[in-house]
Design a protein around this ligand. Structure first.
Ligand SMILES: Nc1ncnc2c1ncn2[C@@H]1O[C@H](COP(=O)(O)OP(=O)(O)OP(=O)(O)O)[C@@H](O)[C@H]1O
Length: 212
């Protein structure tokens, strides 16, 4: 499978400046790609567009040449910094995992998810505990691409390593495509097979494309 963003331009409002202009990017399954660029430059925005959470004003996102499916659990899974925003606050964690069909014992164990947490609501867990559920959920059977947006920034070093070890094992075994944003150059070097600098593929400011 291949995911492709073609000639994407985006701004949050028509009175605001373009953030992305004519950005094209393509990732194959089995690739592990690091997306780098200055803070506030549009990395998260591009990830949200590529995973179908935001519609670009221009251009399109294609999964093997077709639009992203609108129904069911997406084959493109986004994990981001704020797990509390990604999980239904009214569901207990058991239901969250069941809904995704992700109830694999070895994943729970590898992520250090404790049995007792399953009967809690999201507000009754810490950010790090909740993020483990987001990771578990993202690894469901139908996932082909995983997008990780600074997902481990808020976690302690041991939890970060635990989560990345499991993610990488799954990504490699299942030949998932991985796109990750991180400010941790060491981590990127260890994980990625390719690095994309958003500055090099974003045509903002060229031919009068800047603010306006
Ligand atoms: N919902 C929103 N409404 C309006 N502007 C937004 C919104 N989300 C982000 N922005 C702006 O869009 C620009 C790009 O933000 P984005 O989060 O994509 O950057 P980033 O490269 O991921 O940054 P960082 O590395 O700091 O996380 C920033 O100037 C930000 O302030």
């Amino acid at each position: 499978m291949q995911i492709e963003g073609k000639n994407i331009s985006f701004r949050y409002h028509e009175r605001m400046p373009w953030i992305l202009k004519d950005v094209s990017i393509s990732i194959e399954e089995g690739e592990r790609v690091g997306l780098v660029g200055p803070s506030g430059y549009g990395k998260s925005t591009l990830m949200r567009i590529l995973s179908g959470y935001l519609e670009p004003q221009e251009g399109s996102v294609r999964l093997d040449g077709k639009p992203l499916p609108k129904k069911g659990i997406s084959p493109v899974q986004l994990i981001y910094q704020h797990p509390e925003k990604a999980i239904n606050p009214r569901w207990k964690m058991k239901k969250v995992l069941e809904e995704s069909g992700m109830f694999r014992e070895e994943v729970m164990e590898a992520l250090g998810i404790e049995r007792d947490w399953l009967n809690r609501y999201p507000r009754e867990l810490s950010g790090g505990e909740l993020q483990r559920f987001c990771v578990a959920r993202s690894l469901f059977q139908g996932t082909h691409f995983l997008f990780a947006d600074e997902m481990s920034t808020m976690l302690d070093v041991i939890t970060q390593a635990q989560i990345w070890n499991l993610m990488l094992k799954e990504v490699k075994e299942r030949r998932l495509g991985l796109l990750m944003v991180t400010h941790n150059a060491e981590l990127a070097k260890k994980v990625c097979t390719r690095i994309i600098n958003l500055k090099e593929i974003n045509h903002i400011g060229e031919n009068g494309n800047g603010a306006g």
